[in-house]
Design a protein. Structure first.
Length: 45
């Protein structure tokens, strides 16, 4: 998946997904905080 695909996918995510992902700890990765949801998606591809 490339960055353009990720941008298209992110358009369909529900409102507030970024805040919820930070609150639930989804934006943590091996002790580091991922600042943007799109960065996390790039890491998982």
């Amino acid at each position: 998946m490339n960055e353009d695909n990720i941008r298209q996918l992110m358009k369909h995510l529900p409102e507030g997904y970024e805040a919820a992902s930070k609150e639930t700890g989804a934006m943590m990765r091996t002790g580091r905080v991922i600042r943007e949801a799109s960065d996390l998606m790039l890491l998982t591809t």
